[in-house]
Design a protein around this ligand. Structure first.
Ligand code: ARG
Length: 587
C-alpha cells in the first residue's frame, strides 16, 4: 500500500457513497502543491455524462471526504476539481507502514515481465570509448529500474566478435607473425594456452588494419577471406578468436566494473552463428530471403514514419553473414531460450534504421508472436564546442580518459576545499573516485535519453546545482546525522516523524511520491525521471536540515527528526541504487 492507493480508496468510497460507484476517479498528485496535496478530477467527465453541473457533483463527493479525519481540508475549485490536503497527523501515522516496506511503498500493478536488455555492445579488440559510456550507464540503470519494478531482467553485453573487424585483426596479425600455428589449416596439435599477443597489442593493431584495408584493396580481400574462413569455423581461426575474446573481455570487464556496470550474459555475435545458419536454411526454403547481386536479402517493409526501408542484407556477396543477420538470430535465441516478453536495445540512435529493419523482418518471419522489441536510442556526448566529443587533436576520447577527467575534477575540488574538507589524502584519493564516477553517471542520466549533452567535468562535479555531488552530499549528511546520534538506518515502528514545520511536511510528502516517479520512469524507460525525483528529494532534505535542526531540539523533536532522516535515507539510497550511483560515507 502507498499513499496514492490510500487516497484512491478513499476517493472511490466517497464516489460510491455519493452514488457513483463506476466513475473514473482521476486522482493524482496536485499540480498546485501550494493549495493541496492530491486532486481528483473525476467529477468533470462524470457530470458531462450525467449532463449536470460538475461543481454540484464534486460537492456531493466532497461532503463524504470531509467526514474523514485523514484529510485536513477538502475543497472544490474551478469548474469542479476536488482538492485534498492530508492532515499532518495522518501523514506521520502512515510513515512506518508505507516506508518500511522493501520498496518503500512501490507496488507493481501489471504482471511482471521477463526482459532481456541489450546494452553493452563493445567490440573485441577495440578500447571502450566515449560511445560506450551512455549505453553502459543508461542500460545498467534501466536494468535496475526494471528489477525494482518487479521484472525479471537479463542484461546481455552482446559483444561484437564475429564480422569483418575480426578478419581485419587476423589479416594484420598474419602479416606480423605469419608462422603462428593458428594460420595453418593443416595443424593438428594443441593451440597455445597463452596468446602470443596482449590486449594492448590488439588495440594497437586494429586501427592500423582498418586504415590499411581502406587504402589497399588486396589487404581488404585478405581480411574478408579471413572473415569467411572464420565464419566457416576453421579450427585455428576459432582458437585465435577465442584468444582475442578472452583478452578483450578481461579488459572490458575491468572498465565496466569501475563504472559499476555488470552483465548477466557475456554472449556475442559469434554465439548465434549455428542458429543463424539454420535460420538461413529455413528462410531460403520459404523464399522470404532472395538473391540480389550475389547477396541474400530480405525486404524490410516500411519504417514507423511510413518510408520504404532498404532491404536487410543477411549474407553479403562474399558469403559473410552480416550484422543485421546476427541480430535477427539473437532475437530468436532470446525468445526461445529465455522466453523474453520484451527485448530492449540501449544502442546509439544512429542505429535506428538497422533496428527498424531487423524488427520488421523479425515480425515478418514470425519471431515476435509473444515478444515486443524496442530500440531505446540516445543522443551523443558533446565537447564544450557542442560537437561530438574528441580529444584536443581530434582523436577518439576513450572511456578511460572520461573517467579520469571526472575523478580528477572531483579530486581537484577536494584539494581546493569545495568538498572533502575533513578527509585525509588517502581518503580523498579513494572517495574522489566514487564521487567522480557517480557524478559522471548522474550527468549522463539526468538528460532525457534522446538529447545530446555537453561533457563538462568541472560542472558535473560541482557541489551546487543539479549534480551528482549535490545529491551525494545530501545523502552523506543523512548518514552522518544518524551516525552522530548513534542511530542506524534500520526502521522501527516507533519511528514516527511528527510534523511541526513545513519543511518536514514537504520532505515526507516527497518520500510518499516515490512510487509515482518510479512508475513514470518505468513506463517510459526514462531514468531522468528518477534523477529529477532524487534531486528534489535532496533539495527537500537540505531545506529540512536547515529549518529543523536536531542539535538544539527537544528530545521529542530530535526523535521525530531522526526518524524522518532515516526514512529519507532509505528512500534516497534505493533511488541512488536504481541510478547505479555509489554513495560514500563521507565526502
Ligand atoms: N557492437 C555494436 C557496435 O559497435 C553495437 C551492438 C549493439 N547491440 C546490438 N544487438 N546490435 O555498433
Amino acid at each position: 500500500m502507498n499513499l496514492n492507493q490510500i487516497i484512491n480508496q478513499k476517493v472511490q468510497s466517497a464516489f460510491e457513497k455519493a452514488g457513483y460507484p463506476n466513475a473514473q476517479l482521476l486522482v493524482r498528485l496536485s499540480d498546485r502543491p501550494d493549495i493541496s496535496d492530491y486532486q481528483s478530477n473525476g467529477a468533470l467527465p462524470l457530470a458531462k455524462q450525467l449532463k449536470t453541473n460538475p461543481r454540484v457533483v464534486a460537492e456531493s463527493i466532497v461532503s463524504h471526504l470531509k467526514e474523514d479525519a485523514f484529510f485536513e481540508k477538502v475543497t472544490v475549485d474551478g469548474p469542479g476539481f476536488i482538492n485534498m490536503t492530508i492532515s499532518n497527523n495522518a501523514l506521520s501515522e502512515i510513515a512506518y507502514d508505507i516506508l518500511s516496506q522493501e520498496k518503500s511503498g512501490y507496488e507493481r500493478l501489471t504482471p511482471p515481465k521477463k526482459v532481456v536488455l541489450d546494452y553493452g555492445g563493445p567490440n573485441v579488440a577495440k578500447a571502450l570509448h566515449v560511445g560506450h559510456l551512455r549505453p553502459a550507464i543508461i542500460g545498467e540503470s534501466l536494468k535496475r529500474l526494471h528489477a525494482f519494478a518487479g521484472d525479471e531482467v537479463i542484461g546481455d553485453v552482446h559483444l561484437g566478435d564475429w564480422g569483418l573487424p575480426m578478419g581485419l585483426l587476423m589479416a594484420e596479425l598474419s602479416e606480423r607473425h605469419p608462422d603462428l600455428v593458428y594460420f595453418d589449416p593443416t595443424y593438428e596439435g594443441e593451440y597455445p594456452s597463452e596468446t602470443p599477443f596482449t590486449g594492448k597489442d590488439l588495440e594497437v593493431m586494429y586501427p592500423i588494419a582498418s586504415k590499411k584495408s581502406k587504402e589497399n584493396p588486396e589487404y581488404l580481400l585478405k581480411a574478408k577471406d579471413f572473415t569467411r574462413r572464420l565464419q566457416n569455423k576453421e579450427k585455428g581461426l576459432l582458437a585465435l578468436l577465442n584468444g582475442f575474446v578472452c583478452l578483450s573481455v578481461s579488459d572490458i570487464k575491468k572498465m565496466y566494473d569501475e563504472l559499476g556496470v555488470s552483465f548477466e550474459l557475456w554472449r556475442g555475435e559469434k554465439d548465434v552463428h549455428d542458429r543463424l545458419l539454420k535460420m538461413v536454411e529455413r528462410l531460403r526454403l520459404n523464399a522470404v530471403m532472395y538473391k540480389d547481386n550475389g547477396a541474400e536479402i530480405i525486404d524490410a517493409g516500411v519504417s514507423k514514419s511510413g518510408n520504404e526501408l532498404p532491404p536487410m542484407i543477411m549474407i553479403n556477396s562474399e558469403g559473410a553473414v552480416m550484422y543485421a543477420a546476427t541480430d535477427l538470430a539473437t532475437i530468436e535465441e532470446r525468445v526461445e531460450e529465455f522466453n523474453a516478453d520484451e527485448i530492449l536495445y540501449v544502442v546509439d540512435s544512429r542505429q535506428s534504421l538497422h533496428f527498424e529493419q531487423v524488427f520488421n523482418v523479425a515480425e515478418k518471419i514470425g519471431l515476435l508472436k509473444k515478444t515486443t522489441v524496442k530500440h531505446l536510442g540516445f543522443g551523443t556526448i558533446n565537447g564544450k564546442d557542442n560537437k561530438p566529443f574528441k580529444t584536443r587533436d581530434g582523436g577518439v576520447m576513450t572511456l578511460r580518459m572520461l573517467i579520469d577527467m571526472a575523478t580528477n575534477a572531483a579530486l581537484d575540488k577536494m584539494n581546493s576545499g569545495e568538498m572533502g574538507r575533513d578527509l585525509t589524502d588517502a581518503e580523498k584519493d579513494e572517495i574522489s573516485r566514487i564521487v567522480g564516477v557517480s557524478a559522471l553517471k548522474f550527468a549522463d542520466l539526468m538528460n532525457e535519453r534522446m538529447k545530446n549533452y555537453i561533457f563538462d567535468e568541472d560542472k558535473l562535479t560541482s557541489t551546487e546545482g543539479k549534480t551528482g555531488p549535490y545529491l551525494l552530499y545530501a545523502m552523506v549528511r543523512m548518514k552522518s546525522l544518524l551516525e552522530k546520534s548513534g542511530e542506524t538506518i534500520e526502521l522501527k515502528k516507533e519511528d514516527i516523524p511528527v510534523i511541526t514545520m513545513p519543511a518536514e511536511r514537504s520532505l515526507l510528502l516527497r518520500l510518499y511520491a516515490m512510487p509515482d516517479s518510479v512508475q513514470t520512469a518505468y513506463d517510459n524507460n526514462a531514468p531522468h525521471v528518477i534523477c529529477d525525483y532524487l534531486f528534489k528529494l535532496a533539495q527537500d532534505f537540505n531545506l529540512f536540515y536547515h529549518d529543523c535542526p536536531i542539535k538544539d531540539a527537544s528530545e521529542a523533536e530530535k526523535k521525530s527528526r531522526l526518524a524522518l532522516t532515516k526514512y529519507a535515507l532509505s528512500v534516497a539510497l534505493k533511488m541512488a541504487y536504481v541510478l547505479g550511483l555509489k554513495v560514500p560515507d563521507k565526502m
